[in-house]
Design a protein around this ligand. Structure first.
Ligand SMILES: NC(=O)CC[C@H](N)C(=O)O
Length: 207
């Protein structure tokens, strides 16, 4: 029954198509989620990169903010990349005062943290659990994680340059977040890692 979990991609704004394409290659059923009815049908959710302030507003306009928060609190596996990481954070620095996330991961993130001169850059980032080679990480006006709570596992940090040591990949239970955009590179390992998390979570709840 769990052979093909249904993984939704929050489709309000951002690079939705790229995540749907990456997930479709990972042996799951990938679907856009734009309405509460579609959310109710998915086992897991991906929150794409884009602009967190816009996503926050649209989530409220589309009556998805409350239901997503509730599903996450109830254990729905969720992966956020870039703006999606911001939406999953408990605390956001340099956000808009009215922006509201889904309160998933016990962490503080800083929006647009890498600064103007390094708005976009690429770096090799070793990720815990993906040990064969570092991930080629694409950062676009990305957040970094300033601090994490005791239940959050740090999976990856920037290894060189002025931002060396900054946390850019984390996991808390079935919640995963990266500052960067694996959906843009064709490297499916982060999506596969998430699908493993989804399979583990759905098999325990339905066993
Ligand atoms: N590429 C991205 O997702 C950028 C995130 C954006 N800076 C935000 O605050 O939401």
């Amino acid at each position: 029954m769990n052979d093909d979990p249904i993984v939704g991609v929050l489709a309000l704004q951002g690079d939705v198509r790229e995540h749907l394409a990456a997930l479709a290659e990972c042996d799951v059923i990938a679907r856009p989620v734009r309405r509460p009815g579609a959310l109710a049908e998915v086992d897991a959710l991906v929150i794409p990169g884009g602009e967190s302030t816009t996503m926050s507003k649209l989530a409220q306009d589309f009556d998805l903010a409350g239901p997503i928060r509730e599903r996450i609190a109830a254990g729905m596996p969720t992966y956020g990349s870039c703006a999606g990481m911001i939406m999953l954070a408990r605390t956001v620095l340099d956000g808009r005062p009215d922006q509201r996330g889904f309160d998933g991961i016990d962490m503080t993130v800083r929006r647009n943290a890498f600064g103007r001169q390094t708005e976009s850059f690429e770096a090799a980032v070793p990720i815990d659990g993906l040990d064969d080679a570092p991930v080629h990480a694409v950062f676009i006006r990305a957040p970094w994680v300033e601090s994490v709570g005791p239940d959050v596992r740090v999976l990856g940090r920037v290894t060189s340059g002025p931002a060396a040591g900054r946390i850019v990949a984390v996991q808390q239970g079935s919640l995963l977040a990266t500052s960067f955009h694996p959906e843009l590179t064709g490297d499916l390992r982060v999506h596969r890692l998430f699908v493993e998390i989804v399979r583990a979570a759905t098999s325990t709840t339905e066993a």
